[in-house]
Design a protein around this ligand. Sequence first.
Ligand SMILES: [Zn+2]
Length: 376
Amino acid sequence: MLAEPRQVVGVSAAFPNFTYHGGPVVKCPQIYAAFWGGLWTSDPNHLVLAGRITEFLRDLLSSKFMNILSQYGVGFGAGVAGSFVRASFVTSVPSVLTNALIQGVIQNSINAGVIPEPPATNNNIVLMIYLDDNTGVSDGGLVVCETGGDAFGFHTWFNTSAGHPFFYAIMPGLTDNCLKQSCQNDAFCSLHLAETQEQRITQVSSHEFAEMTTDPQLNGWFSLDLSHEIGDICNGEADTITVGANTWTVQRQYSKTDDINSNGTSFCLAEAPNPIPKLSPGPASLTAGHPRIAQLHSLNALLPLPPISFDHETGNVSVEQADVVKYVSRIFDYSEFVPDLPGLLRVIADALSASESAPETQGRGIASVTSKPGNS
Ligand SMILES: [Zn+2]
């Protein structure tokens, strides 16, 4: 019997130990963004930045970046990979956070109805938390945007008081000062002073989002060698994605499929032309996720919900009336009901100005009607 000659000798994937470890993945991400700290709402520039970040998260889901994550069982590729649901603004958060404090704020946000309680299994809810420039994390070995910083962001999870797994990622303000505290020699840092704050934040967001969805409970996709997750292997490799008129800075992610196909020569990508088929061995079939994706997409016209504000100290929850009006006018296309909206507005304006000039004896408004005797 002839032995088949091997086509390639001595060449293999660069990260053969990057494998699936049996835990859950986020099959259909439902992204909630939370902006923690007063600066997000008190400073107009930060309010604009918060709007840009939510736009980025929506674009990310519809971008070809998601064609990389499909191989790990996260979504079905660009545009069929989940939804951005809602942004919240949380004030009165401690300025130096520990993981226990972070989880306390998340739990209180759940209790107040600002973010949902995740289900016990098949949890697809992910929370992207953005700290303002005055807020940092210091928790033992983990220091973010504080003196002696060693990380520009992280993701982890905890069990809510109802016993359900909650997945979250922390993205700090990433000011120049934050960068200098965490990494002294710019040339060797994963983020750079030449980048704008927005570019740094979207770059770290892509890293943490990719890792949180592929390894939400730290027992999904990672390499045993150095506990590398998909963002860590390509850490600091900035690239861009373009969605419509927007070009965003992201970080390239590890593609195991490309690593195998290129025999270890090319495996960090910002996007793939088509959804990369799911790897085997990998998470269980996504068939059960199909109806959920279809259901979410039918709801996409209703998303995102208007932003919600939460004061962590007082427990006060509020939604700006202007945001509700904007939301309602966006989801209801008036043109379907009123073909000539400008014309109708003119008629209403004319009617109003006519009543303004009408003799006072006619009486005006609701009061004159309800004060008629006999009305009940
Ligand atoms: Zn990482």
